[in-house]
Write a protein that binds this ligand. Structure first.
Ligand SMILES: [Ca+2]
Length: 166
């Protein structure tokens, strides 16, 4: 296994997602990275769905883009797009490499503001959560009229993996 590690993406919820059926949508989230593709379940008839689902992908290098997309499930036609966003994990990985440990839950290590350079809808924080370094992000979806998705990312070292430190 030549992966650096695993990234766990907790897909929490969607906010004000686009309407693709008559007056609502049946949204699900797909995360792609290289040839990997993982997805959440479909939440029927809900533009503010709560998925609270964990998706896990291998990270082979830090330059491969991680793209999160939302689709409306349709029964008889191709699923409609409801926007996408790029998940930038570089600032989080830089924080991990600092090797911070043993800080109390709730301590914020870094904060990032939304800008034209990222897909953030509001301030995003890296902090400790049950002893693990995590980053909470509210992603503003692109290529769509509206919608945001809340996620949390967490790095998992892989036994026998290359890790981040070499
Ligand atoms: Ca539908």
């Amino acid at each position: 296994m030549d992966a650096l590690g695993l990234l766990r993406i907790r897909v929490r919820r969607g906010i004000n997602l686009a309407v693709r059926d008559t007056c609502t949508s049946d949204p699900y989230v797909v995360v792609r990275c290289g040839s990997q593709k993982v997805k959440t379940r479909v939440e029927k008839d809900n533009c503010n769905p709560v998925w609270n689902e964990e998706l896990t992908i291998y990270i082979k290098d830090l330059v491969e883009p991680i793209i999160l997309s939302v689709y409306d499930k349709d029964t008889f036609t191709v699923d409609d797009s409801m926007g996408d966003a790029q998940l930038d994990i570089k600032p989080y990985v830089e924080c991990l490499k600092m090797g911070l440990q043993g800080l109390s839950d709730g301590i914020k290590v870094e904060r990032f503001q939304p800008s034209s350079e990222n897909c953030l809808a509001q301030e995003s924080c890296i902090g400790f959560n049950k002893g693990k370094l995590t980053q909470d992000m509210t992603l503003r979806l692109r290529n769509v009229e509206c919608g945001e998705v809340e996620v949390q990312i967490e790095w998992l070292d892989l036994p026998g993996g290359k890790g981040l430190h070499n």
